[in-house]
Design a protein. Sequence first.
Length: 266
Amino acid sequence: MPPLRTALLQSSGRLGDTAENLKALDEAAARAAQSGAGLLVTSEMFLTGYALEVEEIAALAEPADGMSARAVGEIARRHGVAVLYGYPERADGAVFNAAQLIGPDGAPLANYRKTHLFGGFEQEAFASGDTPVVQADLNGLRVGIMICYDVEFPENVRAHALAGTDLLLVPTAQMHPFQFVAEQLVPVRAFENQMYIAYVNRTGPEGAFEFVGLSCLASPDGTTRTRAGRGEELVFGEADPELLAASRETNPYLRDRRPGLYASLV
């Protein structure tokens, strides 16, 4: 099975302008396809921007099958590239911080709602999701989805490992001074759970926040396959099933677990 070439779109887009952000997504998908990528991953809340007023987020929120989802589906289909994008989802009388994976044929594959909300801003603007493991199959890999703060909880990522996730997609809005998460924590999560992690950040100043970039594709062998800088950038890395299988064969973490000792954790 060939590696899945993955494009990481490190960008904050244009705050509050879904139409312009869809144009940027279309351009990035074209570049990704030209570079042989089968998957394009964007940052948290890419379609609308992150640093919005609560009322603005509510006004821009759409259902998972709304107009923007259909537009992303057309972009994916036209370029033959799967797309994972962050957006505010309106559902069940609430607004969720969500990410949706669209297949290369334009059909939706999975939709995830952020389960761990960071700080007062997010807790005011969004309802919490309650499904920790959301997965889909893509190019022979089991792909999972999280959003930003979720990956900082080891139980969350371990749940994905136990469910067979091969490639974990994590759109994020990682801000100063927490860049150590991108630089150190994410590669460790990939190693201890034996999976690839695509961690895709926003960049630059936005409202009261300063996003640090540093998007990466971390590998199960503990290395970083690609790393962006601090600015707008489209970078590429490969999720290689052969390396994943070899790493899982030699790394004993999951085999050596003793779940009976961990009851106190729950």
